[in-house]
Design a protein around this ligand. Structure first.
Ligand code: NOJ
Length: 560
């Protein structure tokens, strides 16, 4: 454990957490799949980047039908990704560098290769082994209809028939809100609760600092598993009814139980929930003082490149979090969404993203997010400005791709392995010419080694932003205020951060395509910026800073 952990029990309130998708980070053995030794070999790079913690997506034994979010053994390491010794080394090597480590826990569902589901399949209908998952009789005279109308997030019905070994119907179906190889646990079953308690303790005992919780809003299902109201059938009901499998109040009891376990450790372990819920107010329920420490704030990710919307989301997020004393979080990319360089690019919706402006916007959006109070998440490769990759269909592995008949499930495009060098094979991802997803040839120019040598690269900008974020007391404070000098109508946002020591940092983002002249009152000392388009104009009232289009700058302020 890092020396400072005991003295910084609240590190998670301001942390920058870097998401590692291990299969795509670094491959040490040449099988084309990134692994834990590969990650360990790159920890100096992460330390130099200046992040506080990593969150590592699942590396448990898994058939990899959903990129590892289909777990067959919650207390092991997939041999393709490493060993238990590797995870011990990873924890130790992170802590030696002052980097904390969060793992990913997947409690809503297991893999169908989990021993409990294998036992269920072999057991006689109705035996106790059936009770750990959500199994119900089918509807219709021959039970050939699913128990209700729920649909899978990955398309198609959320139920599959349970068959006898000879392929005949048992008359029952099992629930899977995701792929059919991801059966949902029944969280009312005491063995499920006890087993996850043991899993949390297992990894906490090994020294990890916390967990990101997958589908944190999904564990509890509405009593009786009622049909979901649909617009076509039940107009009036739709507005009133919360989806019967998301954000049910029953989840909170589970997180109170987990919090007690995390708090029993010294230093206490932490949780970040992946909860896709309908409003910031509903999200705040997960962050009550005896539940999760933080949760991803997807509203900000969805705000796009729109000054008014960004301002609204920031205001609502800060207000709802302040009310319960939880830090807000800011995230723009992860392994499930289109990389923000591409998503924010003009022309993205039309299928013709302007990658150059996309990069400027992405850098500016990140610079703005990193200056907001609270904690921030970065996704591997965004510090290189990687764009989304349009992959050939025959390499796609996202289960939603198959289940939707190729109309959805494009998540592999943000999971393409990291380019470390500009050279073959696979730009330094691994030692052989194998890679589970191909990298575009032009990624040579985006490689880490290339960007390290370029003072204006995206990588160097991220390093500078993270260095200043740590160095400036104003950026560690819990509050912000909008600068009245900057107007949404002019495509500008400006905020002031004031430190406990009275120091001030002003942050300005120009979302427009015109130059933005700042009033002299804001000063001209730039401490970090998303791009190089900045100039000082000598005006009668004093020097004014001019910020180029789609650029964010952090200024040393002199106070109000
Ligand atoms: C959210 C994860 O981030 C995603 O990758 C996964 O497919 C689903 N949960 C199901 O576990």
């Amino acid at each position: 454990m890092a020396d400072d952990s005991a003295s910084e029990p609240d590190w998670w309130r301001t942390a920058v957490i870097y998401q590692v998708y291990p299969r795509s980070f670094a491959d040490s053995d040449g099988d084309g799949i990134g692994d834990l030794p590969g990650l360990i070999s790159r920890l100096d790079y992460l330390a130099e980047l200046g992040i506080d913690a990593i969150w590592v997506s699942p590396f448990y034994p898994s058939p990899l039908n959903d990129g590892g979010y289909d777990v067959a053994d919650y207390r092991g390491v997939d041999p393709r990704l490493g060993t238990m010794d590797d995870i011990r080394t990873l924890v130790d090597q992170c802590h030696r560098r002052g980097i904390r480590i969060l793992m990913d826990i997947v409690p809503n569902h297991s893999s169908s290769e989990h021993p409990w589901f294998v036992e269920l399949l072999a057991a006689a209908p109705g035996s106790p082994a059936w009770d750990r998952y959500i199994v119900r009789p089918g509807r219709g005279p021959d039970a050939s209809l699913a128990p209700n109308n729920w649909t899978s997030v990955f398309h198609g019905p959320a139920w599959s028939p349970l068959l006898h070994a000879d392929g005949t119907s048992t008359g029952s179906w099992y629930l899977h809100l995701f792929d059919s190889t991801q059966p949902d646990f029944d969280w009312t079953h005491p063995e499920v609760l006890a087993d996850f308690d043991a899993t949390l303790r297992f990894w906490f005992d090994l020294g990890i600092d916390g967990f990101r919780i997958d589908v944190a809003h999904g564990l509890a299902k509405q009593e009786g598993l009622p049909d979901q109201a649909t617009a076509a059938s039940e107009d009036g009901l739709l507005a009133e009814q919360r989806t019967p499998y998301w954000d049910q109040d029953g989840v909170h009891e589970i997180y109170r139980r987990w919090r007690a376990i995390a708090d029993s450790y010294d230093p206490p372990r932490v949780f970040c929930g992946e909860a896709w819920v309908e409003s910031e107010e509903r999200l705040a329920n997960y962050l009550r003082p005896d539940e999760l420490h933080t949760s991803f704030n997807f509203e900000y990710l969805k705000a796009g490149w729109d000054a008014e919307r960004m301002r609204e989301v920031v205001d609502r997020t800060i207000a709802t979090h302040e009310a319960i004393g939880a830090p807000p979080t800011w995230v723009l990319s992860n392994h499930d969404v289109v990389r923000h360089r591409t998503r924010l690019a003009p022309g993205y919706q039309e299928g013709t993203p302007d990658e150059v402006r996309g990069l400027a916007r992405a850098r500016a959006a990140t610079a703005f997010a990193l200056a907001l109070p609270g904690s921030a998440y970065l996704y591997q490769g965004e510090e290189l400005g990687l764009p989304e990759v349009d992959l050939p269909d025959d390499v796609r592995q996202d289960p939603a791709w198959q289940r939707s008949g190729g109309t959805d499930g494009f998540r592999d495009g943000c999971r393409v392995p990291i380019p470390w060098t500009s050279t073959a094979p696979h730009h330094g991802f691994g030692p052989t010419d194998r890679s589970w997803l191909p990298q575009p040839a032009h990624w040579a120019g985006l490689a880490v080694a290339v960007q390290e040598a370029d003072p204006d690269s995206t990588l160097q900008r991220y390093r500078e932003l993270l260095r200043q974020r740590r160095a400036q007391p104003a950026l560690q404070s819990t509050s912000m205020s909008w600068l009245p000098e900057l107007q949404v109508a002019e495509q500008a946002l400006g905020m002031r951060r004031v430190g406990l020591d009275g120091s001030v940092v002003d942050v300005v983002v120009n979302l427009g395509q015109q130059l933005l002249e700042l009033p002299p009152s804001l000063g001209t000392t730039v401490i970090a910026a998303s791009g190089e388009q900045l100039a000082i104009l000598d005006a009668d009232e004093g020097p004014r800073l001019v910020i180029g289009p789609e650029t964010c700058a952090w200024l040393q302020g002199s106070g109000s």
